[in-house]
Design a protein around this ligand. Structure first.
Ligand code: AMP
Length: 881
């Protein structure tokens, strides 16, 4: 209203004698319009004042700041009980601004407003008044605009000013994505999901998203953008790389200086060009220096050994700045000196060891050459840029040699053409490389069983031989070698043939197979029994009831059967997976009557449901701890089946906290957390992994003692409505918000994953049952956790508690504290409550206006936010000045 130049002329009812528009001077002597009413002496006042229609301009929640002065009834002489010290604020949503009169019944009450204790003194004319400022917020979502109304019921008030506003999360750039100025959501806990758009010259790495919180703060940035190649991040924008710099990929961290022997002349280079005479291979990364082809190999020497040549050289003296110099082609041409003047390329039968091309060594053995032949070998040196540079013969060196005479190569195969009881006829082919005229063949043979202890030799000019005088049915081994003027070649590999048992010849029969008979004897196991009995087992370990073949055996081992006549059901208190949960009383003979909760299994159950229902009792019955819900017994002998547990008057913890929002001291909250930690330590000592630890699965009794409950084995997978199967592949559902990342990703449920859930329970407790990650969806929660986001400290949360939560949410599960460490920590906090005093509350203060004054004698900071005004003056000591 302070900005309205003329009169306000709001609608008032009654039009006379109620609210009155008055002009006054404000503290800065500027005229302002105010409304006053002061009918404190007359009973039954009902004076309405309605603002003009206010368009909501897209806002969903608006804030109304009212500055007013209110006379203290005691300060008014002679007033009776009719004087009031409050007024009521109303609103009414409407599409039109043409409502000429005030229709009281269409207005909805926002709040009763009373004068605050804190006030500023205002000089109004000659009077000193206490100026109150109150802010209320209201959801306006249904129409184009709304009216506000002030109802006076007999107070002495002056409305000095009314300011109506809404909040936005201001335009911001985060992770190189621009998020527009965004109007906050309709509810105080609602988050508006906003998609960012990549800044100029950038591309999306992962869809950029943020949430606009009700207070106008941006929360949970996810994803973001990366500067395009040739650009880097500077001050939240993507700026071109300067000349002399480059960036090849958007994922590279920033522009880098051009590597040696390269340059970039223009801004925004994605790669640097090589200096003249320098090159880059196709596979060279842009970050690599430009290089040159190598110079020629040096000092090529050759050593001839019959028909092989060993070539050796030293590397080029200039490698061109690369390490991939290789020698691709030693051996280029060969030709017989006598038969031809021209060299022909070597045939494919010439062997190069270790190889002919791409050698990284400086030595090669060339074998299987022809005897008496002239060869020229050329060794080229090349590297990754030889091709790019078009370098040619300058990089090679050559040598010429003539091979010596050589013995023939071995005979490669032998055939048996005729086999009898006492003889074998053999034949073979000439060796591949006779290296001269074959003068004769030599055949060496022996009985296979004899090995080479005794053998016979036969010589022949032809390529066949008849071997006679052999024993029947015997395997013989044959080797053949050829001789030239250069001497004998190598013997062939062994060939085996067997003589016949049959008096008639059999052609081409090979060696009979032999059979090995294995006999298997019986195996006896000898058990050694130790004479020592084990020492007492101190650790009790939880037994999975599903390891029992007969579920009834498990239930009777761990739970007591209760006679149904001793149970007295009173009322229904909840709904479980298998049926109703009731409260009632249990009187067991010789004991006093106690209150109990009774879960029953609804009729028409399957065998599996019966087993799952009773499994919870089989598990619970193994525990005995003050912070674990206690099993009193089961009814299995008659229907319906029942599980009887101790009665927890305050029900589940999440609902209980929501009902008592803000009503407990920090020590009380820590006390609850201590109880849960103690129960969880007990479970982890028993080797039991809970998998569904959450405030909804903690029960609270009348003394605020918290107990861990919900032990069904199937429950994690099916029962919990928080558990969702949408994200996961086969194997069941998981309560995403409470579950550690490794348990979500690959079902690694351990005590350490229970610790993660415990951290979430801590957050739920300190925030009085707020939903973890508010209304973010499960996928976004998983993504945010993956990116390192963790829940912030709830309002007024002691710093130590939030730190403990963060410890529970360590990504590496080995880094998380154990329940025993958590318990010690909480005990320490309870003993020294002072440590709980420091809260991170300052995070929530956002200055809407801030001013800093720095002078030689002081530093003054003034911060104004919606609810508070802070002025800090730091006066340095002479020393610090
Ligand atoms: P449950 O099937 O264990 O999740 O139980 C369903 C609901 O019944 C719970 O959310 C509680 O509100 C209530 N309830 C279960 N057990 C007890 C108990 N021992 N004492 C009081 N209320 C209980």
């Amino acid at each position: 209203t302070r900005t309205v130049p003329g009169e306000l002329k709001w609608a008032a009812s009654p039009s006379e004698g109620g609210w009155e528009e008055v002009s006054i001077m404000d503290e800065k002597n500027i005229p302002i319009r105010t409304y006053q009413v002061c009918n404190v002496l007359e009973p039954n006042q009902n004076n309405w004042l309605r603002t003009d229609w206010i368009p909501r301009s897209g806002a969903q929640r608006v804030y109304v700041e009212v500055k007013f002065t209110l006379r203290d009834c005691n300060s008014l002489p002679g007033v009776t009980g009719t004087c009031k010290e409050t007024f009521n604020l109303y609103y009414h949503e409407s599409n039109e601004d043409r409502e000429s009169y005030i229709k009281e019944s269409s207005f909805i009450k926002v709040d009763t407003v009373a004068a605050d204790e804190s006030f500023t003194q205002v000089d109004v004319g000659d009077r000193i008044m206490k100026l109150n400022t109150e802010v209320r917020d209201v959801k306006v979502t249904t129409r184009k605009g709304f009216y506000l109304a002030f109802q006076d019921v007999g107070a002495c008030i002056a409305l000095v000013s009314v300011r109506v506003f809404y909040k936005t999360c201001p335009l911001t750039v985060r992770n190189l994505a621009t998020f527009p100025d965004t109007i906050t959501g309709a509810d105080t806990s609602s988050l508006v999901e906003v998609r960012g758009s990549c800044v100029n010259q950038s591309e999306e790495r992962e869809e950029p998203k943020m949430y606009c919180g009700a207070d106008g703060e941006w929360l949970v940035p996810i994803g973001g953008c990366l500067c395009n190649p040739g650009y880097e991040e500077r001050g939240g924008a993507c700026k071109a790389c300067r000349a002399g710099f480059y960036k090849a990929k958007s994922t590279d961290p920033g522009c880098a200086k051009c590597p040696p022997h390269s340059h970039s002349l223009r801004d925004g280079a994605t790669i640097c060009d090589c200096h003249a005479g320098f090159f880059r291979a196709d596979t060279d990364p842009p970050s690599m220096a430009c290089t040159q082809p190598p110079s020629a190999p040096q000092q090529l020497i050759s050593v001839v050994n019959e028909t092989s040549v060993v070539l050796e050289w030293t590397p080029p003296h200039r490698l061109g700045g690369r390490s991939d110099t290789n020698f691709p082609r030693p051996g280029a041409g060969g030709g017989s000196v006598s038969s031809s003047q021209f060299c022909a390329p070597c045939g494919s039968d010439v062997l190069f060891s270790p190889g002919q091309i791409g050698l990284m060594t400086t030595r090669v053995v060339v074998s299987e050459l022809r005897a008496h032949t002239h060869y020229t070998f050329i060794v080229h040196a090349r590297n990754g840029v030889s091709q790019a540079s078009g370098a040619g013969a300058a990089q090679s060196v050559s040598v010429s040699v003539t091979t010596n005479q050589a013995a023939p190569s071995p005979v490669s195969s032998i055939q048996a053409t005729d086999v009898t009881r006492h003889s074998l006829s053999l034949s073979w082919q000439q060796p591949d490389r006779p290296n001269g005229v074959i003068l004769e063949y030599e055949v060496k043979f022996y009985e296979k069983d004899q090995r080479e202890r005794s053998y016979r030799i036969m010589r022949t000019f032809s390529r066949s031989v008849d071997v006679t005088g052999l024993n029947p049915l015997t395997v013989y081994v044959f080797h053949v070698r050829a001789r030239t003027a250069a001497g004998y070649g190598e013997f062939s590999t062994p060939f085996e043939f067997s003589t016949n048992s049959d008096p008639f010849p059999l052609i081409g029969e090979g060696v009979n197979s032999a059979f090995l008979l294995l006999s298997v004897s019986g195996v006896g196991i000898l058990l050694l029994i130790s004479p020592y009995t084990p020492i007492d087992l101190l650790v009790k370990i939880y037994v999975d009831p599903f390891t029992y073949e007969d579920p009834d055996q498990a239930i009777h081992e761990f739970a007591k059967e209760i006679d149904v006549s001793s149970i007295h059901i009173e009322k229904v208190i909840g709904m479980g997976e298998f049926g109703e949960v009731c409260s009632g009383r249990l009187r067991v003979q010789g004991k006093r009557e106690i209150y109990v909760a009774i879960k029953s299994l609804k009729a028409g159950y399957s065998d599996k449901q019966r087993r799952d229902f009773l499994s919870e009792a089989s598990i619970m019955g193994q525990f005995d701890h003050p912070n674990i819900i206690r099993l009193e017994g089961v009814v299995t002998r008659c229907k319906p089946l029942m599980i009887i547990t101790e009665y927890m008057e305050n029900g589940s913890l999440d609902a209980f906290l929501r009902k008592h929002d803000g009503q407990f001291t920090v020590i009380q909250l820590v006390g609850m957390l201590r109880g849960i930690a103690s129960g969880m330590k007990y479970l982890s000592d028993m080797n039991y992994v809970h998998r569904d630890l959450a405030a909804r699965n903690i029960l609270v009794n009348s003394n605020l003692v918290c107990k861990v409950s919900d032990f069904g084995l199937s429950r994690v997978l099916e029962d919990d409505p928080e558990a969702t199967g949408t994200y996961l592949s086969p194997g069941g559902k998981i309560p995403i918000r409470w579950t550690a990342p490794e348990a979500i990703a690959y079902r690694k449920f351990t005590t350490a994953s229970d610790v993660w859930s415990y951290g979430i329970v801590m957050w739920e407790v300190v925030s009085y049952g707020e939903r973890p990650y508010w209304d973010m969806n499960n996928q976004d929660v998983i993504k945010a956790i993956e990116e390192g986001y963790r829940l912030p400290a709830p309002m007024d949360c002691p710093v130590v508690l939030h730190q403990l939560m963060l410890d529970c949410w360590e990504r590496d599960r080995a880094e998380r504290p154990t329940f025993s460490q958590i318990l010690n920590m909480l005990d320490k906090l309870i003993r020294n409550p002072g440590t709980l005093r420091r809260t991170g509350g300052e995070r929530y203060l956002q200055c809407t206006k801030a001013k800093t004054e720095i002078s030689t004698s002081k530093v003054a900071i003034t911060c104004t936010s919606t609810h508070i005004h802070i002025h800090i003056v730091l006066t340095p000591t002479p020393a610090s000045l």
